[in-house]
Design a protein around this ligand. Sequence first.
Ligand code: SAM
Ligand code: DTB
Ligand code: SF4
Length: 323
Amino acid sequence: MASASPSTAAPSSATLDRALELLDRPLLELVYEAASVHRQHHDPRQVQCAHLFSIKTGACPEDCGYCSQSAHHGSGLQKEKLTDVPTVEAEARRAREAGADRLCLGAAWRDVKDGPDFDRVLDMVRAIKSEGLEACATLGMLTREQAGRLRDAGLDYYNHNLDTSRSHYAEIISTRTYEERLATLEAVREAGVQVCCGGIVGLGESRRQRAEFLAELADLEPAPESVPINSLVPIEGTPLAQQEPLPWDELVRMVATARILMPTSVVRLSAGREDMTEEAQALCFLAGANSIFLGELLTTPGRERADDAALLAKLGLVPVDRS
Ligand code: SAM
Ligand code: DTB
Ligand code: SF4
């Protein structure tokens, strides 16, 4: 079989119609079908737990309307230069001891530039692997060659989100295009690194636009191995600070529809869990979410570790154990 790479075409109308039909279903009918699909492809008790770490914070040249790290907004975030390798090594140990099996490095870069900083990131990836964790990174746009160097260092996943639908994109970000995002996803796929690609809900998009976004993901060939669904974490000083929160059932619908459209992918209930009730999270797990971030996110506090341990225990869920 020829090696598959993400298509750059708009999603097919059949996938879009299916996504819309699913999102419009009575909630519990949708959750029931998603839970059934989930059980055919995954162990429903297992949850993959990742830890996020910001290796370069703030002063980002992009203008993403949701983000605390954009230099275009006045979020008041303290900016920090690229951290060093021993700090990442220590963070990997901390993550493992806290029950995570993956460390995800985040950098507020528009794109990766070859040179000493990128070389240092490659050493960070090697350090994470030598601590026995999976390694993920999200560094902005990449070339095929840079993706290959990350693969050679041992990177398991590259996170690069489409974030929203094509039709809503320009409302949220003006400094790059959807096609540029897709080109990086293609470079990652071609290099043989697994793709982590999702987005954010609650950016003022319509339900139809949420269907378009899920159809874009599902029509990538193949679909991303990991699909993070973030809910907007409103940040003071950003254009979306006052955005009305999305009703909880819309998020459950998104998780369930993602599960049905991408049955074998891991669906990550990502940023925004700290503002959700335990009951809404439980419905998301039932509907097929099987991955979370533990502890702090990149620039926001995330959910208390002890609360998460109690929630997983209450629901009978267990972290993936790769030891
Ligand atoms: N600069 C790189 C990029 O944009 O690809 C990597 C870091 S960026 C912070 C990674 C992802 O975090 C974004 O694509 C977005 O989906 C998510 N994100 C950022 N700020 C967020 C917020 N306030 N609420 C929810 N998700 C957010
Ligand atoms: C993703 O989809 N969500 C993570 C990760 N990929 C890098 C980032 C969430 C950021 C939440 C806001 C913050 O802490 O700055
Ligand atoms: Fe920069 Fe990423 Fe934030 Fe956009 S989401 S401003 S690219 S750090």
